[in-house]
Design a protein around this ligand. Structure first.
Ligand code: HSE
Length: 433
């Protein structure tokens, strides 16, 4: 039986995502009502610039007073798509205190203050859902939080930033340098005017913190995530990757330690074999690879950004939260019961590709190999190429077996101190093998 009284929704933000949420709420109104068991009504839309024309939205619903909207007391669900820390955080807490559950797409806020927001939601008996905060339309939060709730996730490895994947894909397929590829991404609207959050890995790090916390049932904050952007990846790195049968991706990697006693979360560029499914994720698409005890390997793939795809995830949450409201329940909340410590980057174990400029004379290879041995880093392959510039130098590419990041850092520092090593041209981790 359809309930007569509609569930009231307040929309905070009506930009690229918010306008799509409003549009889908209108065009799919009958289906949403049938799926939920009650109609959903857009009861107010808070915006910064009220004069902007918003097609399909009744101007009487538009307000600049977001605080008054979330304090109304008759709002069932607040949809927050304004992003950033404030005023989003205060608006969400105010919404909880005034009777509303919240659907948010705010990765930065969830990565920073997820624990406090979950605690308040639980105290007030509200829902906090945020599928859209990680990888746009791709279902990830719900599969990790619900579908895999009976399994044990050991690893989450993903491409969770479309802008940087577009740039790296362009560099790979055309041989372009970073700046040229970034300029194209900007011209096509994939990169923002200030691309810092994407290219420096902040956006991916926030998503990694959220994914790691949910996957391992522990608390991972943004500050716990090791982060390196991709602005230093060069065309030469891609040439080296190709020589190894690899490509380069900006990866978010969340791992449970082999002994199960700790976790790590990191974001950095890495070489991955062309045979790995993530290597074929092209353009601005996202994909996340999940490894768990019982399920084995799962891959989630799709558009990780954009108005309609992100709105799809928001609407899915909206339906779930509305169903919960009607049944008088709340959905799964925070699940950080394992309280596993987050280990520092030095303890991460992986393989490395190191490119050195060295003097081309007897004994240099032995010197370099000795430095690796002294730091307990085992060499897998070495490739040397005489340089074309005739300066008596050579390029030496060393690929290691698995070693800790701390051992590798010690090795590199010692290599830099060798007279015969002119420079360390690049260091890149090798993942996905
Ligand atoms: N800027 C992000 C990306 C989308 O390029 O994937 C929003 O998180």
């Amino acid at each position: 039986m359809m309930r007569k009284r509609p569930l009231k929704v307040a929309l905070l933000g009506c930009g690229v995502v918010g306008s799509e949420v409003a549009r889908i709420m209108t065009t799919h109104a009958a289906d949403l009502a049938a799926r939920i068991g009650a109609p959903v009504e857009l009861a107010g839309v808070a915006v910064r610039r009220p004069s902007r024309v918003r097609e399909g939205i009744d101007p009487a619903l538009v307000t600049t007073d977001a605080t008054a909207l979330v304090k109304r007391g008759d709002i069932d669900v607040v949809v927050e798509v304004i992003g950033g820390i404030e005023p989003a955080r205060t608006l969400i807490t105010t919404a909880f205190e005034h009777g509303a559950s919240v659907v948010s797409a705010n990765k930065a806020l969830l990565a920073q203050d997820g624990a406090a927001l979950h605690a308040l939601a639980q105290e007030q008996g509200r829902d906090l859902y945020y599928e859209a905060a990680v990888a746009g339309a791709i279902p990830l939060i719900r599969p990790l939080r619900e579908s895999l709730a009976g399994d044990k996730v050991n690893r989450v490895l993903g491409i969770v930033n479309g802008t940087t994947n577009f740039i790296l894909d362009k560099m790979d397929s055309t041989g372009a340098g970073y700046q040229e590829a970034l300029d194209e991404a900007t011209a096509l609207g994939y990169a923002e005017a200030d691309p810092t959050a994407d290219v420096e890995g902040f956006d991916a790090a926030a998503k990694a913190a959220i994914l790691a916390g949910i996957a391992f049932h522990t608390r991972v904050r943004l500050d716990d995530v090791y982060r390196e952007g991709m602005i230093e990846v060069t065309a030469a790195d891609f040439a080296s990757a190709k020589a190894m049968g690899c490509t380069i991706k900006l990866l978010a990697i969340c791992e449970r330690a082999a002994d199960g006693g700790s976790v790590t979360a990191r974001v950095h560029p890495a070489m991955i074999p062309l045979s790995h499914p993530l290597a074929s994720v092209r353009g601005a698409y996202n994909a996340v690879f999940v490894e768990s005890d019982a399920a084995g390997q799962l891959m989630f793939y799709g558009p990780g950004a954009g108005g309609a795809p992100t709105a799809s995830a928001v609407l899915g949450d909206l339906v779930a939260v509305c169903r919960n409201k009607l049944s008088g329940a709340t959905g799964p909340g925070d699940s950080a019961y394992t309280q596993l410590p987050v280990s520092p980057m030095g303890e991460v174990v992986t393989r490395y590709h190191i490119s050195l400029d060295v003097a081309d004379k007897p004994g240099v290879l032995a010197q370099v190999a000795t430095v690796f041995a002294e730091h307990g880093v085992s060499i897998d392959t070495v490739r040397q190429q005489g340089r074309q510039d005739g300066g008596g130098d050579a390029s030496l590419v060393v690929v290691t077996h698995r070693a800790s990041d701390a051992s590798l850092s010690g090795t590199v520092e010692a290599l830099r101190n060798l007279d015969t090593v002119r420079g360390v041209a690049s260091i890149m981790r090798v993942e996905g093998e």
